[in-house]
Every structure is written in C-alpha cells, then in structure tokens.
Design a protein around this ligand. Structure first.
Ligand code: 6PG
Length: 478
C-alpha cells in the first residue's frame, strides 16, 4: 500500500495541493521540514482522503509508489535546491521530482539537466490560482519530458480546473517550458492588474466617483467582453468597506505595490529575447514607481501639473470609452505575452502549442477570462500567426476600440493622470501598424557616431557614410 504521489512543503499552497489530490481520490504522501505542519494537515483535513504523513525525507520517498512522483512546494531559489538534493538522494532512476513553485525557468533548465544525469525526471510546473485554486482546481502548466507527463498528466488533469469539461492542464514542453509559460502568465497578470487600476484611477480622479460606484462599473463590465476573474475581484474589492475606519477599503491602503519577481523576470527575459512586451514592462515599472518613495516625495513637493483640466462632458460615454480602451490595451498585452512565449519556444527548442496555452488559462488561473477562447481559436486558424492582433477576430475587435482608446490616452495626458499601460500599448499598436518608423533616423545616427552601418530601402547591402571625411557612401559588403 503506497501513495500515488507525494507533496513536500506544507505551507498553504502545498497543503492545499495535497488536499486537492486527496479529495480527488489519490493517495497522497505528505512531508514538511518541521513535523508540526504535517500534523496540522492531518488533524484538520485528515478525513478528506488518504494521506501518508512522513517525518523524514527517507520515509516520505519510501512511501511512494514507483516510479515515484514527489511534488516540491517550497520557496523558490535556495530552499528548492536543498529539497531537490535531499529527495534525489533517496530516489531511483525513472522517478519524478516536480517543482510546483514559481521558479525561474533557467533554474528549472539547470535542475532538469542535472537530474537527467542521475536518471531522474525533473518537472518544473506552473501552478496558478492562488490558495483557492490549489485547493479547488488550479491551472497547471507542466514542463519536463513527455514520459514524465504520461505518469503525471492524468493526476494533474484530474485536479486542475475544468472549463466545458476540458482540463486546464496540458504538457507545455520540455525542461523549463512550464515555468517559462507560468512566468509570462504572471507578466500578463501584472499588465491586466495595472490597466484595470488605471481605469479605476481615471474614474476616481476625472469623475470623482467613490470606490463603491466604480465597483458597480466593474461589475457591469464583467458581463461583457472583459469578463474575467481580475475584473470580478476588482468589483468586490472596490465594494469592500474597511472595518476599522468605515472608509472604502481601497482608500486606506498605502499606494505602493509590491512584487515578488515574476513580472520582472518576464521583462528581463523579453529584453534578452528582444521581444517588446511594453504593456507588461510598464505595469512592472508602475509598481516600481509607486514604491519610489523619495522620488515621489520630491516630485510631489515641487513639480507642477500644468494640466489642461479637460472636463468629462458625458459620463456614460467616458465610461464606455474606458471599457473599450481597457479591452484594447488588454489585447495588446496578451499579444505581446504570446510573442514572448513563441520567442522563448524558438530560443529553447520547445514545441509549445500557443492555442493550448490560452485554453489552459481559461479556468483556475489568475488571468482566467472569457476571451481566452478567442485566442485558442485564432491559433487554430493559424498556428504560426506572427501577431495575435492580426487574426481576423482580434483585428475586428481592436478596430472597434481605437477612437475610444485614443480619447482615453489623450484625456489622461491632458489632465496629468498617469496611464503607462493604456498609453504604451497604444504606442505599440501604432508602431506595429506604421508604414515607416523613425528607426531609420536611429540607424543614421548610429552610423554617424559609431560607423555601425545601415541598410537601404532601395537595394541589398550594408553601407556606411564617411561622415568625417567626404561623406561618401561605402558598401561594406563589397
Ligand atoms: C498565480 C499568481 C501567483 C502569485 C504571484 C503574485 O498565478 O496564482 O500569479 O503566482 O500570486 O506570485 O506575484 P507578485 O507578488 O509579484 O504580485
């Protein structure tokens, strides 16, 4: 009598994942560095299913059915490496170690390669949905070998969220692919959260609406194209009253957003791959700006607004504009995020089905949304779509939003209200549709001061102008 699967790390995420497995009929070995947490799980939830508690790593591994599957749910970084080493010591060829934390995909690639040497499978898997999701059905994004997925997949698919009977779990690709996709998921999450907050800010500052009324607007938006978990919880948050002060909850929160790193990883990775994820980058930087306390204090003290103070003449159409701008900005962030996944797949040799990624994000995860179905359909129409926005459905959708989007960004600029995601996504939109970009001038400047060369619109070759001499053009290929 052995366990089907084990979970080590009994903090909330780990214990919820273990309970989810047990509730779904799997026999689950559980372990934690300090025994107290394991005992607590057994005391509180032992009757939810069949648990095999262990006090030591050796016993934990011994309680698993072969080939063994052990899930690690501990802090990313050093703690994860320590647990991997301990588990590996007791495991045998063919066994599978799963890291379900938010690890950096390059760490996962390194760990996978090291364990492969020992004949072990290492599966870095994204798990999204927070504590709730881990317990009741997360979106699961496993990387690693096909072989390990054959063993793991059926269990993960069973405990994942389901939408229209389809599990929100699929094999993403080899080694670090799962954690890469989870990283980009989080980047998109940052962009979604920021642009929602920008819409809130505009309603608050330009319309002077109290939080609860803005909550009503979000609740209304949640019935349309924007229907999503993040819009839904935004409405709930804005309707919440602080128990201590009796004020709107959002008004008593310090306006400095924290971050644990996955957004920054998405941006750093995008920079090294050369993928413009401007919406995600601005969302990540917006958190940094909010936390730049000395700069904000200095700026607040002396910098003038010099605004045009445009008034909102028609509240209903202003709100309608915001809804459209939000949808458009969101489409750009997703389009950019999918570009990053496809660039990552190319760089690291992963065979990632982009449509399937949108499908497994429809339920369970933080960015779950109704419109993700449309992304799946777009990639079904064309698996190598170079730009999500160029899919016929999304082109039509974003076209409907453009005038509203421009009005929102112009209004915000004229009134001195920062909208980094609304505006950067609009600039990206205008850049990818432009016939010609000022990059030509940048190339000319580079050639001037650094002889960095340029190409011409009217022929092949690499050229340079002898700027400090007779300004003669030389063909560098000749
Ligand atoms: C999820 C979340 C989860 C976590 C983020 C929050 O998909 O369930 O993304 O992974 O809440 O790490 O990130 P920040 O603390 O950086 O906002």
């Amino acid at each position: 009598n052995a366990a089907d699967i084990g979970v080590t790390g009994m903090a909330v995420m780990g214990s919820n994942l273990a309970r989810n497995l047990a509730r779904n009929g799997f026999k689950v070995a559980i372990h934690n560095r300090s025994v107290g947490k394991t005992e607590k799980v057994i005391d509180s939830y032992g009757d939810e299913g069949e648990f095999f508690p262990s006090e030591s790593t050796a016993d934990f591994v011994a309680s698993l059915q072969k080939p063994r599957v052990a899930i690690i749910m501990v802090k990313a970084g050093g703690p994860t490496d320590a647990v991997i080493d301990e588990l590996a010591e007791h495991m045998e060829e063919g066994d599978i170690i799963v890291d379900a934390g938010n690890a950096l995909f390059s760490d996962t690639r390194r760990r996978e390669a090291a364990l492969r040497e020992k004949g072990l499978h290492f599966v870095g898997t994204g798990v999204s949905g927070g504590e709730e999701g881990a317990l009741n059905g997360p979106s699961i994004m496993p990387g690693g070998t096909k072989e390990s997925y054959d063993r793991l997949g059926p269990m993960f698919e069973k405990i994942s969220a389901h939408v229209d009977g389809v599990p929100c779990c699929t094999h993403v690709g080899a080694d670090g692919a799962g954690h890469f996709v989870k990283m980009v998921h989080n980047g998109i999450e940052y962009a979604d959260m920021q642009v929602i907050s920008e819409a809130y800010d505009l309603m608050s500052k330009a319309l002077g609406k109290p939080a609860s009324e803005i909550g009503d607007v979000f609740a209304e938006w949640n019935k349309g194209d924007l229907e999503s978990f993040l819009i839904e919880i935004t409405a709930e948050v804005l309707h919440h009253t602080d128990a201590t002060s009796g004020k709107a909850f959002v008004d008593v929160i310090l306006d400095q957003a924290a971050q644990k790193g996955t957004g920054a990883w998405t941006v750093q990775t995008a920079l090294s791959l050369g993928v413009p994820v401007t919406g995600i980058a601005e969302a990540t930087f917006a958190r940094s700006v909010s936390g730049s306390v000395p700069q904000r204090e200095a700026g607040r003290a002396v910098l003038p607004a010099e605004t045009q103070d445009l008034a909102v003449l028609d509240e209903a159409s202003f709100i309608d504009d915001l809804q459209k701008a939000l949808y458009a900005a969101k489409l750009v962030s997703y389009s950019q995020g999918f570009d990053e996944i496809s660039a990552g797949a190319q760089e690291y040799g992963w065979d990632i089905d982009l449509g399937a990624m949108a499908r497994i994000w429809r339920g369970g995860c933080i960015i779950r949304a109704k419109f993700l179905n449309r992304i799946t359909e777009a990639y079904e129409r064309n698996a190598t779509l170079p730009l999500l926005l160029a899919d016929e459905y999304f082109t039509a959708e974003i076209t409907k939003c453009i005038p509203a989007w421009r009005r929102v960004v112009a209004f915000a600029a004229a009134n001195g209200i920062p909208v980094p995601v609304f505006s950067s996504t609009l600039s990206y939109y205008d850049a990818v549709r432009a016939e010609r970009l000022p990059a030509a001038l940048v190339q000319a400047q580079r050639d001037f001061f650094g002889a960095h060369t340029y190409k011409r619109v009217d022929g092949e070759g690499t050229f340079h102008v002898e700027w400090s001499e007779d300004r003669r053009e030389t063909n560098q290929d000749a």
